[in-house]
Ligand binder design. Structure first.
Ligand code: FES
Length: 113
């Protein structure tokens, strides 16, 4: 059986950035814009997909962002962290220990409700 050709571009990484209530109040839309711009400037727009997502159930630690396939969760992000995130994680493959919240699975959480 022949597989259909995928309509999804061959991204190497996919970023999910929470823009739900708590994270939005703490600036996640600005982070989304800064990250989108940085990906464009670095020529990574075809390699890294970024998507807004709903609450990740870790509101007290937001803005929250996850990068796959690594499964790395970053927290308390600020626009000022975007360039370093792109340089270190996306380009060099280095995790940013001071911003890591979780890796892979199994976290408990809090809610903004
Ligand atoms: S609103 Fe972002 S983790 Fe809950």
């Amino acid at each position: 059986m022949k597989m259909e050709e995928s309509k999804v571009r061959p991204y190497r990484q996919h970023i999910f950035l929470c823009v739900d209530s708590c994270c939005r109040e703490k600036g996640s839309e600005g982070i989304f814009s800064a990250l989108s711009e940085e990906l464009k400037v670095r020529g990574l727009s075809n390699d890294v997909m970024i998507s807004r997502c709903g609450c990740l159930d870790q509101c007290e630690s937001g803005p929250m962002l996850i990068i796959y396939p690594e499964g790395t969760w970053y927290h308390n992000l600020k626009k000022e962290d975007v360039r370093r995130l792109v340089d270190e994680h996306l380009i060099k493959g280095n995790i940013l220990p001071d911003l890591v919240y979780h890796r892979v699975s199994g976290i408990g959480g809090s809610s903004c409700n």
